[in-house]
Design a protein around this ligand. Sequence first.
Ligand SMILES: *Cc1c(COP(=O)(O)O)cnc(C)c1O
Length: 393
Amino acid sequence: MSRRMEGLKPYLFVEINKMIAEKKARGEEVISFAIGDPDTPTPENIINRLCQSARDPANHRYPETVGLPELRQAIAGWYQRRFGVSLDADREVLPLIGAKEGIAHIALCFIDPGDIALVPDPAYPVYSISATLAGGEPYYMPLTEGRNYLPDLDAIPEEVLRKAKLIWLNYPNNPTGAVAYLDFFSRVVQFARQHNIAVCHDAPYTENAFDGYQPISFLQADGAREVGVEFHSLSKSYNMTGWRIGMAVGNAEMIGALGSVKSNLDSGIPQAIQYAAIEALSGPQDCIADLNAVYQRRRDLIIEVLNDIGLKAKPAKAGLYIWAKVPKDYTSMEFASDLLDKVGVVVIPGVGYGSNGEGYVRLSLTIPDAGLVKGLSRLAAWQDSKNRFKQKK
Ligand SMILES: *Cc1c(COP(=O)(O)O)cnc(C)c1O
């Protein structure tokens, strides 16, 4: 085995899925609030386009790594309509086999052994893993409630900044549900220029938003495309996690570098899926508001029960998650284990996203309504069992 394998732990969800499978094998029913994976089907118009394209023999052959020109134009068109950002479809847009693929590979373009990637804590695990696999190391920027889960760029030591090649950001944020506004993104542009650090903004949740709020793109900040790229995905917006398609957009040099690594490693996205993505981005967009109404209703139901049983949680403006403070006297791991043992409910311990996630658990809104109702009554039952225990003492 290579030395880089020694530092590679099993991916967070692999462990959680294993725990769920073990319970199920013992015949217990488990209700999972764990993984963010839309539970309703891909919209019909997108499926139809996929089926139709799958029948065309032209789509049975190797695709181009950089994607169909029509797809790159559809992505540029969507960015224009959605964010007012104009992109050059040939130089500033690159389709990906899901955002995760690009997030993992871009580290190879910027990180040499000894280099640093600035990574939020808590965060999606791939930002730090990709830096490590490239031979570099992550420097963790704490995200705390007190700072609205925005990193304190002024707190990063000078010697770290000298070695830093990349900074990772993610808003709307997984797991905290935080959002960022233009003033923060403008500060990031200035920071990136001053220290010559490339910005990677991961933004798969801009379409999952509530209460009339519309998240923005990093590329809306002045000068953003001189310093960075944004990763986006069709997974969470159009219920397409299973089709594996996303994109990187922004700085032409960074996009070119990522395209060059990818063309040496993969052979692109199956073309039928690229056509489905064109339909998703260019066709009717009603599914977005429909899905958000479902998620918003679930968000409010879950928050109500959590607050009833003494877990503090605020309704997120965007994203697919609730970030809840665990009860006093529990670590996030103890609390998650207790829920699983006593009432068969799975939540993700915040510490799985980094040490600053300690004291929190994450609940996903992508749980089908039937499971949601059962899960909520089990959470209430967990509280009752605790009260009974206290009275006995
Ligand atoms: C879901 C998710 C992704 C991955 O998106 P894919 O396009 O499905 O690979 C990337 N970043 C974050 C923060 C996510 O939560």
